[in-house]
Design a protein around this ligand. Sequence first.
Ligand SMILES: Cc1cc2nc3c(=O)[nH]c(=O)nc-3n(C[C@H](O)[C@H](O)[C@H](O)COP(=O)(O)OP(=O)(O)OC[C@H]3O[C@@H](n4cnc5c(N)ncnc54)[C@H](O)[C@@H]3O)c2cc1C
Length: 339
Amino acid sequence: MSHADQKSAVIVGAGIAGLMAARRLSRAGWRVTVIDKGRGLGGRMANRRMGEACLDHGAQFFTIRDPRFSGYVSKWVTNGQATVWYEREASAPDSPPERHYVGLPAMTAIGKQLAEGLNPVLGRRVTGLAFNGERWTVADDVGSTCEGRWVVLTAPVPQSLDLIDRNRVELPASDRTQLNRIDYEKCIAVMVALSGPSGLPAPGLLRLDKAEPLALIADNQRKGVSPVPAVTLHSGPRFAESHFDAPDHEQIAVLLKAAEPFLRSPAAQTQAHRWGFAKPVQVHPEDHYNCPEIRLALAGDGFGGGRVEGAALSGLAAADSILAHEETLPQSIHEPRSI
Ligand SMILES: Cc1cc2nc3c(=O)[nH]c(=O)nc-3n(C[C@H](O)[C@H](O)[C@H](O)COP(=O)(O)OP(=O)(O)OC[C@H]3O[C@@H](n4cnc5c(N)ncnc54)[C@H](O)[C@@H]3O)c2cc1C
């Protein structure tokens, strides 16, 4: 294996966890290949156009609890890739108000910024994983392959485990038990272009926590994402679970009816999106998973804190653990000595 190949990784997923990991490794001089099945960058920090309307239909905002994440957010704000949507009184006395940030012009801006210089491969679903004791060969659904000394899986954990199982990759039994416990709830998102302003009061976010069937309404125009009136409706987890396979028109009818009392203008156009793994409800106790024996890492919001921030920090943690592992290898393996 050449020296260059010794510092190489394939990263599955171009959400914030995968892109954070990729950037960290790339900055450390690694060759990284990022592959995502989606057509766009950012994973669940997603945005869709519907005529003139523009709607964030996954994560609506992100917050900062950890100073390690705050440096990134400050840079995005300075560079015009993120802004404060609104502030909320902190629950703890004497704490500063909690800022809710959004990507500019939409949530996908963060993924686009992080992906600069990485040239992720989009629209390719990873289906094959094979480790020959030295390197991984990763195959996608159009038959292309790439290689890396490490592989980092950042899909929602049940999807990563499914990929692992289909390819008969063995993990230590106790590790596997812990990974199996990570669980997510579903969400149905309905995107609605309105024929006039939504009428939602500032800042344009209505949270009906734990409410069913409707849990949230976000006004994309007030948020600054859409030039025309458009709202995103998020279902509660129970409705999503019971109606996940229902036809779009049924999902739309129920959520729209529940939202109507809060909206001043009628719907002009609608679309539904099913999130099978929206948010983790049971996370791993660590901020990432690393199996150095087979040089495989897992990261994403299923580790540590969940949410956008947790996913970002998990990607960084996975990259750091890979770098730390490689740095502790004996010199003869780590870097062939030149004569
Ligand atoms: C409806 C909804 C609302 C949310 N609201 C908020 C919020 O307001 N605030 C907040 O902080 N968080 C929110 N979240 C959660 C937040 O979006 C996630 O925690 C975060 O974006 C997860 O990032 P990630 O990189 O771990 O995973 P993802 O963003 O899911 O990235 C994983 C990527 O892997 C790709 N992938 C999967 N399998 C394969 C494969 N086999 N081959 C290739 N690529 C593959 C996927 O396409 C995806 O792009 C919300 C999520 C949803 C769905």
